[in-house]
Each structure stands twice: as structure tokens, then as C-alpha cells.
Design a binder for this molecule. Structure first.
Ligand code: HEC
Length: 197
């Protein structure tokens, strides 16, 4: 029965999460696999979601929610040079590191909305890109918790790659020039507005 297997899955996730807490790692990265995403809510039809759940189309979700959430991580990374010289953007106080950690955890949680029926694409590449973004966002959060600049910066770079892998496969018109170039592709025109707006 579907319910039983859902309860079993939830129990497993709880166990995984508790184990993760015990040894200081974040549970989630370990089970953020392609398989877990493919089975997540697979039997829930889109018309059984609460009203308004899917009011934002994917283009808006991306532009307003995912880009915003990604920026909340990337803004704490790297160096800028201005009239005052070169400055690090990495968090400097406990509060700032905590904001960076929260940004990672927020993005990790957000990945679930890409799996809602009516929004997800039933293709293993979709599930994998979602799982990758989640795992990397959790890595960023962990690095921020540990105040590890190097690991936090590396997660930021990997995050861009994970976002872009989905764009390359499903929305090449939204992929960045460097992604298209690396894949030997050129940017196609965006789909007609009435399909994505
Ligand atoms: C599972 C797939 C997937 C993942 C993961 C994903 N995106 Fe997207 N993204 C899309 C698709 C599909 C579109 C094209 C939407 C459209 O044009 O209708 C898109 C479009 C965009 C756009 C362009 C929006 C516009 O106004 O045209 C931005 C910006 C964006 N994504 C940012 C991100 C960021 C940042 C991440 C990672 C933190 C990310 N995306 C992860 C699928 C994904």
C-alpha cells in the first residue's frame, strides 16, 4: 500500500536525519539521490494540490525564488575591488556565517517545490539536477556552519554547475553563455511568451 511505503520512507528519512545529527553531518545529502526524488510524491495528481499552489509559473519561480535564493549564497563569496582596495565578501561575524548557513538550508528546502506535480518534469535528468542542487546547498550550509571559507566557496561554484545542468537540458535559452559554450551549443530562442508566462 502506498501509505505504508510512504511511512516507511519517512521513518528511514528520520533515522537518516538523526544519524546525520549524531555524527555532525547533515542528513539529507546522503539520501538526496536520484531514486528518492523520483519516488517523491509520484502518485499525487496536480489537481489535488491546494488551490493556488502552482500560481507561479516556473519562469517566475526561477527568476524570483531560485535566483534570489542562489544569490543569498553567492553574495557571501569571493572578493571585490573598489576604491577602498580589495575586500573579501565572505562572512566575517557569527551572525553573517549564520545567514550564509540559513541561505544554504533555505535553498535545499526550496528544491522540493521543483518536484511538485504540475511543475516537475518526469525525466531522470530533472530529478538528478534537483538532487544535486539540494545536496550542494546542504554542503554550503555545512561549510558555513563550520566557517570554512574554502569549502563554502567550492560549494558556490558547484551550485552554479548544478543549476546550469538543468538549464542546459530543459531550458537552454536560460543557460549562461559559458555553459552553452562548454557543451558546444548556441543559445536557442526562448519559447513563445504564452507558453511560459
Ligand atoms: C530541475 C531543473 C532546474 C534547476 C535545478 C534550476 N533551474 Fe532555473 N530554470 C529551469 C527552467 C526549465 C527554466 C526556464 C523557465 C522558462 O523559461 O519557462 C529556468 C530558468 C531560470 C532562469 C531564467 C528566468 C527568466 O526570467 O527567464 C533563472 C535566472 C534561473 N533559472 C535560475 C536558477 C538558479 C539560480 C538555479 C540554482 C540555484 C536554478 N535555476 C536551478 C529549470 C531549473
Amino acid at each position: 500500500m502506498r501509505h505504508k511505503s510512504l511511512i516507511a520512507a519517512a521513518t528511514l528519512l528520520l533515522v537518516a536525519a538523526c544519524n546525520g545529527q549524531n555524527d555532525g553531518t547533515i542528513g539529507g545529502a546522503d539520501y538526496a539521490t536520484e531514486e528518492s526524488n523520483l519516488t517523491f510524491m509520484e502518485d499525487v495528481p496536480a489537481d489535488q494540490l491546494p488551490p493556488d499552489t502552482l500560481n507561479l509559473n516556473l519562469k517566475e519561480v526561477m527568476a524570483h525564488v531560485f535566483q534570489f535564493s542562489g544569490e543569498n549564497i553567492w553574495k557571501w563569496q569571493g572578493y571585490i575591488t573598489d576604491e577602498k582596495g580589495e575586500r573579501s565578501l565572505f562572512p566575517k561575524t557569527d551572525e553573517e556565517w549564520e545567514q550564509a548557513e540559513s541561505a544554504g538550508l533555505t535553498l535545499a528546502e526550496l528544491t522540493n517545490i521543483l518536484l511538485l506535480p504540475g511543475r516537475r518534469v518526469d525525466d531522470p535528468r530533472w530529478a538528478k539536477a534537483v538532487a544535486d542542487v539540494r545536496a550542494i546547498a546542504l554542503r554550503a550550509a555545512k561549510a558555513a556552519e563550520n566557517k570554512n571559507e574554502e569549502a563554502f566557496f567550492a560549494a558556490g561554484g558547484d551550485l552554479d554547475g548544478a543549476c546550469e545542468s538543468c538549464h542546459l537540458a530543459f531550458a537552454p535559452w536560460s543557460a549562461k553563455p559559458h555553459t552553452l559554450q562548454a557543451a558546444g551549443k548556441t543559445a536557442p530562442p526562448p519559447p513563445p511568451a504564452n507558453q511560459s508566462e
